[in-house]
Ligand binder design. Structure first.
Ligand SMILES: O=C(CO)COP(=O)(O)O
Length: 127
């Protein structure tokens, strides 16, 4: 099963909902994990089921980073707000870094999210 994390900062949550709605068919085949508020929104507004971790500022990015470190994630969609400083910036940087260390693809924009999700779906299909 393909394992994908879905994370969005507040300004990007509408974009995340739009993205997961458009890709609901593909994403419904995946094991999904999310930070707290993003996951709540996704479950309220789509039929997708996600494993909700803590909200980002309370450690959700760190929990997802731990899954990456344990080789339990195949891809991350992280729609970051590039224009607003976050109180938990060190946690966000740590998640980016651990994805680099383990070569786990991370998409930080809508278009890159489409490529990454389509790519991991195609890989799964080929296996
Ligand atoms: O802050 C976040 C990621 O850094 C997202 O957290 P929430 O999904 O709980 O809003």
């Amino acid at each position: 099963m393909v394992r994908v994390a879905l994370i969005a900062h507040d300004d990007e949550k509408p974009e995340m909902i739009d993205f997961v709605t458009a890709y609901e068919g593909i994403l419904s085949e995946f094991d999904l994990v999310s930070t707290g508020t993003t996951g709540k929104r996704i479950m309220e507004e789509t039929t997708l089921d996600v494993d909700r971790k803590q909200s980002g500022p309370l450690g959700g990015d760190t929990q997802i980073g731990a899954l990456v470190a344990e080789d339990e994630m195949d891809a991350i969609v992280f729609l970051r707000d590039p224009l607003t400083a976050q109180p938990h910036e060190p946690d966000i940087s740590a998640l980016l870094r651990i994805c680099d260390v383990h070569d786990v693809p991370m998409a930080t924009t809508r278009t890159s999210a489409e490529y990454v999700v389509e790519g991991v779906a195609a890989d799964a299909e080929a296996e």
